[in-house]
Design a protein around this ligand. Structure first.
Ligand code: MG
Length: 382
């Protein structure tokens, strides 16, 4: 029996994780649940799975949560509470959205737990701080990102590796020029063709920033140089990524676009769950297409490579600026094409910093957000 903590249990990944654990009750025991603010949903989940402990990120909601959970369930509150529950199980699934997930990532690894990481931003922004924590005895990092889950599976094919090929659906705006993208709306950006996900990552998919963040994530997870990480657009989202070996042989992982597969993989590895999520019907699937990404229409991908190659705190700046820009787009302050402008102009202000401690990462994040907000303000008034 594997005990599981789900931090960010009320979001898209969290609710799908509960479907996976419910499908395999003899394998998984959910002992901890945590959410930022969705107190009613969290309480309903607690009544359904009876965890030992729950945590709510917004401490003002703790009393309300306590009233709604079954007797005997411990209630923790605040960001420290969310980080604490990540240490209370064999596996901690970090499904927090954005940079706010960093304490959860560090708590799980420093406690020597397996971290099933759906919060790529914490690894991207704080790689130099997260990497040493991976060396804690017992600590393991398994990606809950379909592409990196695919790469993890393909790497079982051995070595030496020549190239990593990360696939991208291309998002809802694939094939459009920069000019054609000037007037797209929030609803347009949230209409993803193949994946059902939360709003932040869905907007990131529309700009290809998600793919850029995944390039940095692949570098941090597997240690590959940026020169051997390629991106290819694959609209069907069936091939989730590929690894090419030095003899030219390429191994790919295929399944339907269903996040429950990478969630189950990360929770159960090195076993595999017995419930098929993402099973392909080969009489329905008739073609797989591939094309190069359009870096002019989608500059965020190039900006991510640039930040990754710069290293230091540049990925933290990229990710922070993007979070600010996406929030401003979602609330109607700036247009879609301004997202990449905000990221580019914020990165222009980056001065090399070596983020060797959490405080340095937090300060880099703060500086980048401040500059990004200034750029947003300028764009909004323009
Ligand atoms: Mg992904």
């Amino acid at each position: 029996m594997t005990t599981v903590a789900i931090v960010g249990s009320t979001g898209s990944i969290g609710t799908q994780a509960l479907e996976v654990t419910a499908a395999e009750p003899d394998r998984f025991d959910v002992v901890a649940l945590g959410a930022h603010r969705s107190v009613d949903t969290l309480a309903a989940q607690a009544r359904a799975v009876h965890p030992e402990v729950v945590a709510i990120g917004d401490a003002d909601l703790a009393a309300e949560l306590k009233e709604q959970v079954p007797a005997g369930v411990e209630v923790l509150a605040g960001p420290d509470g969310l980080a604490e529950i990540a240490t209370r199980a064999d596996v901690a699934l970090n499904a927090v959205v954005g940079f706010a997930g960093l304490p959860v990532t560090l708590a799980a690894l420093n406690a020597g737990k397996r971290l099933a990481l759906a919060n790529k931003e914490s690894l991207i922004a704080a790689g130099p701080v997260v990497q040493p924590a991976r060396a804690t005895p017992g600590a393991e990092l398994l990606p809950v990102d379909s592409e990196h889950c695919a790469i993890h599976q393909c790497l079982a094919g051995g070595a030496p590796v020549a190239r990593i090929v990360i696939t991208a659906s291309g998002g809802p705006f694939r094939g459009r020029s920069r000019d054609e993208l000037a007037a797209v709306t929030v609803d347009d950006a949230l209409a993803h063709p193949t994946w059902s996900m939360g709003p932040k990552i869905t907007v990131d998919s529309s700009t290809l920033m998600n793919k850029g963040l995944e390039v940095i994530e692949a570098h941090e997870l597997f240690g590959f140089d940026y020169d051997v990480i390629d991106v290819v657009v694959h609209p069907q989202s069936i091939v989730h990524s590929m690894v090419e070996f030095t003899d030219g042989a390429t191994i790919a992982q295929l399944s339907l676009p269903d996040m429950r597969l990478p969630i189950g993989y990360a929770l159960a590895w090195p076993d595999r769950i017995g419930t098929p999520f993402g099973r392909i019907d080969w009489s329905e699937l008739t073609s797989l297409e591939f094309e190069p990404p359009d870096l002019d229409a989608f500059p965020c991908l190039g900006l991510a490579y640039e930040a990754g190659r710069l290293g230091g705190a540049a990925p933290a700046w990229l990710s922070a600026a993007n979070e600010v820009a996406v929030a401003a787009f979602l609330d109607g302050t700036i247009g879609w094409t301004a997202i990449s402008d905000v990221v580019a102009e914020t990165l222009d202000g980056y001065v090399g910093t070596e983020p060797d401690a959490v405080d340095v990462v937090l300060e880099a994040d703060r500086q980048a957000r401040e500059r990004a907000r200034q750029v947003v303000e300028r764009k909004a008034n323009a």
